[in-house]
Design a protein around this ligand. Structure first.
Ligand SMILES: [Zn+2]
Ligand SMILES: [Zn+2]
Length: 281
């Protein structure tokens, strides 16, 4: 299988803090470590998709006090390393996990168009100034209507889809991350989302095992959401959203089961943002 969503931040080879740039180590060792773990977990190809808020060139996208101290990576250096890994024969694609923030579309577009990405994920992690998936902002859930949070989230997700900037929409129902389930029927939100995705040629949705490692303890997305996508012929990408190498390919048996039960026999591989189907096996 393919794992098209993971992070290198816990091993960042150019330094995990702004002034911790290591000397004398080969950054390619980190890439070899990722490739080795993929092979060990039966994953034939990976896309490293670091969070965009780490990069100084993209500072204006997330632009929250929360991300200030995390923003010190150089995007050229990152892209060069991933491309060198590929040239060395490692099955690593050059990706980015782009935050969608309302009003920041011009910067998003500039970053998406300005670098030689293989694969670009589109994510909604913020409703205004509320990072709803952050443990440090979890109190806010007590002050909000869950149903309204779902509606706000899916409105932003739809806007993200309509930028036309992305190859796959990550963890499409991330809003459930902390385990808050809506009281009312939200099938209209799923249908609208699937309709919006189907309007963007080639845009995929992600199946992610990361939810099993979060308070919600469920796969992303819920089956009715994936069924709404399958009915419209929307393709999928498969993902662990690993933040440690041990999680690459984690719970992919359950990813495969959900995909197959909705009629999917293939997931997409990307190269220079062009998709090729690969059998799920
Ligand atoms: Zn994410
Ligand atoms: Zn991620």
């Amino acid at each position: 299988m393919l794992d098209y969503h993971m992070h290198v931040e816990n091993y960042y080879p150019f330094g995990r803090t702004p002034d911790s740039r290591p000397d004398g180590t080969d950054p390619m060792d980190t890439m070899r470590r990722f490739a080795a773990s993929a092979a060990e977990h039966g994953v034939r190809e990976i896309a490293i998709t670091e969070h965009v808020y780490h990069f100084v060139q993209a500072r204006d996208i997330v632009d929250r006090p929360w991300s200030d101290e995390k923003c010190f990576y150089d995007m050229d250096e990152y892209v060069d390393l991933l491309q060198s890994a590929r040239r060395e024969g490692l099955p690593i694609k050059t990706g980015i996990e782009m935050d969608y923030i309302e009003g920041r579309e011009p910067v998003i577009e500039r970053i998406v168009d300005g670098y030689p990405w293989d694969f670009v994920l589109g994510s909604v992690h913020w409703i205004g100034d509320w990072g709803f998936d952050l443990a440090s902002m979890a109190d806010e859930w007590d002050r909000r209507s869950v149903d309204q949070a779902y509606r706000d989230y899916f409105r932003l997700l739809g806007q993200a889809v309509q930028t036309g900037c992305f190859d796959s929409m990550s963890h499409p129902d991330l809003i459930k991350v902390m385990g808050h389930m809506p009281e009312g029927d939200i099938s209209d939100l799923y249908e609208t989302f699937a309709e919006q995705v189907s309007g963007q040629e080639g845009l995929c949705v992600e199946i992610s095992s990361a939810g099993f490692r979060k308070p919600v303890g469920r796969i992303y997305p819920e089956r009715p959401l994936l069924e709404a996508c399958a009915r419209r012929g929307i393709s999928i990408t498969t993902a662990s959203d690993a933040h440690v190498v041990e999680d690459i390919g984690r719970d992919f048996d359950r990813v495969r089961t959900l995909a197959e039960s909705c009629g999917y026999g293939e997931a997409m591989s990307f190269d220079g943002r062009r998709a090729t189907p690969v059998p799920i096996a």
